[in-house]
Design a protein around this ligand. Sequence first.
Ligand code: DGL
Length: 266
Amino acid sequence: MGSPGAIGVFDSGVGGLSVLQHIRKTFPHERLIYVADSGHVPYGDKTPAYIEKRSHTLTRFLVGQGADAIVIACNTATAAAVASLRDTFSIPIIGMEPAVKPAVAASKSSVVGVLATVGTLESARFAALLERYGDEVEIITQGCPGLVEQVEKGELDSAHTRALLERYTAPLLARGADTLILGCTHYPFLAAQIRDVTGANIMLIDTGEAVARQLQRRMHSELPQRASGDGTTRFFTSGDATAATRIMSALWGDTATAQTLPHEFL
Ligand code: DGL
């Protein structure tokens, strides 16, 4: 048996907790370390170069904490940084992208809507995805500025959040979409509110579970000797630790005490 490592997970903020929940279910005994880059959220309106730099900084921190596998629990950061992270760090790096393939398979109306950040929708990675599946069904994209901020504030049920959800889903429904891809890890926390606006018959597709399965496959093949960890979860933020603890605990469903990242990683 090798020594126990840890799974490092990061996002621009609290959205990646929707992925961490699936990782925790899949790996009950692993040591998990989560970083919310709350001091730099949202990523959706930043340049790819900025996001790439932050992704390297956070990955360096996680590796320094003992992480031997990294999950980029963020579609926007994956688009901007997964290739260069894989070039730099020789450990499994799992990224994520909007779940177009399962959505295409699920849609009966052959119209699929993608809700995501502008950064994800404008990326070359997403263009390649559309190229691959865009012939099979009609895929309509919708950038959702402001939604990440509402989740970061914990305002899942406010009138403003509802107004944004109505504005962003209406054009997709009007064009006949029966399946909506939640192409940003913050959005699964709004699934109930989205259903409220769209009606219950719309299918919502989330990538979190598939990411946990992919992580399991990669760890199995690349870290087979690894001893299992202590089952702890630690939370870090580059923003305000008190605010992060409050919102992370609410979304995680248990106390999630956030520590501030060391100065050199802020
Ligand atoms: N949670 C993120 C994603 O999956 C990023 C959101 C943002 O900071 O704009 O894309």
